[in-house]
Design a protein around this ligand. Structure first.
Ligand code: DP6
Length: 345
């Protein structure tokens, strides 16, 4: 008498960053954000949820190892899903009483967890969808994203593939703070992402506490959420709908820089990027200047690793440069003359 359901959720990388909460318990953000979801064949979490009247406790296995199923965020998410299932059972007493049974969860990433990538977003999204499937909940993905959001803000965007917006919403109960699809992956399939793992170390300041410090201490932050992001949100959405890479790239790079600027403007300051990250930024600008065309955009989350966005047609060009650089210039310098000479070869 065991019931099982499985789901996968992709990793998403924000191109317009979520940074700041107006409600810490419900994870309600101070601005709307946008992300591009990475391909499920490359980076995703696969989660299976099982329930049975014979289970004697909740259990959780992550990448083959058993972990206690007691972190506050997963428990909050589970409580909400159980409440929704309970409603169904009251409406239809013939349904098995899943809401009263324990769960066994098995979750696995198809990428090295140590790579320092945001795996928690995909993890929480897959947890929510697998249990929602098991419980046969009628809620849409947007409605389920509200529950994933309570687990981790950025997780709500991993409910969808492709180009996704998290609308900040206005309501106090957070029911309108949800993810919506801007466009599916097929709308702009030429878009590619390249991850440069600069360091696999654990991040300095966890994003949850980092964003609290920014909200409390940064003056620049107010300008960012009141003026900069609302305008950028509209422009970035349009650039995706228009498949305008130059515009999309410019906004993505500017928003990464704006987010890291508010981190630096926090007090005491928070540094997520290191010297290698800064060299990657310079390199991207040099490449775009050299080709007199925007062929690459960078973005950095709460850590030093870079995610580069580019169009498929420019892949060979970009990879040649990056591979050559790593091979020939181990201690690569970031002055323009050096790059020009190098790119001319
Ligand atoms: C820099 O979603 O990890 O990656 O809601 O506290 O779990 P919590 O924070 P989290 O923050 C992500 C911050 C970011 C930007 C983004 O993904 O939009």
């Amino acid at each position: 008498n065991i019931h099982i359901a499985s789901a996968t959720a992709p990793v998403n990388i924000a191109t317009l960053k979520y940074w700041g909460k107006r409600d810490k318990v419900l994870n309600l953000p101070t601005n709307s954000s946008i992300s591009v979801t990475l391909s499920q064949t490359d980076l995703r979490t696969l989660t299976s949820a099982a329930t049975s009247p014979t289970f004697t406790s909740n259990k959780l296995w992550l990448n083959g190892e058993e972990h206690p199923f007691n972190d506050a965020r997963s428990v909050q998410v589970l409580t909400h899903l159980k409440e929704l299932r309970k409603k169904l059972e009251l409406e239809n007493p013939a349904l098995p009483k899943f809401s009263e049974w324990y769960l066994h969860i098995v979750s696995e990433n198809n990428f090295p967890t140590a790579a320092g990538l945001a795996s928690s977003a995909a993890g929480l999204a897959a947890l929510v969808v697998s249990i929602a499937k098991l419980y046969q909940l009628p809620q849409s993905y947007s409605e389920l994203s509200v529950i994933a959001r309570m687990g981790s803000g950025s997780a709500c965007r991993s409910l969808f593939g492709g180009y996704v917006a998290w609308e900040m919403g206005q309501l106090q109960d957070g029911s309108d703070s949800k993810a919506v699809e801007i466009a599916p992956m097929e709308h702009w399939p030429q878009m590619k992402a390249l991850i440069l793992v600069v360091s696999a170390d654990k991040k300095d300041t966890p994003s949850t506490s980092g964003m609290q410090l920014t909200v409390q201490t940064s003056e620049l932050f107010k300008q960012r959420v009141d003026v900069v992001v609302p305008k950028r949100f509209k422009e970035m959405t349009q650039s995706i709908l228009d498949k305008n890479f130059a515009k999309f790239a410019e906004l993505t790079m500017k928003d990464s820089n704006s987010f890291h600027a508010t981190c630096l403007d926090s007090f005491p300051p928070i540094f997520y990027m290191n010297d290698t990250s800064k060299k990657i930024i310079k390199l991207c600008h040099h490449i775009n200047t050299y080709y007199n065309e925007t062929i690459v955009a960078y973005t950095f989350d709460a850590g030093p690793n870079a995610v580069l966005y580019y169009l498929q047609k420019n892949e060979t060009k970009l990879f040649n440069i990056i591979y050559k650089l790593f091979e020939k210039l181990p201690g690569w310098k970031s002055d323009r003359a050096n790059y020009k000479q190098f790119l001319d070869q």
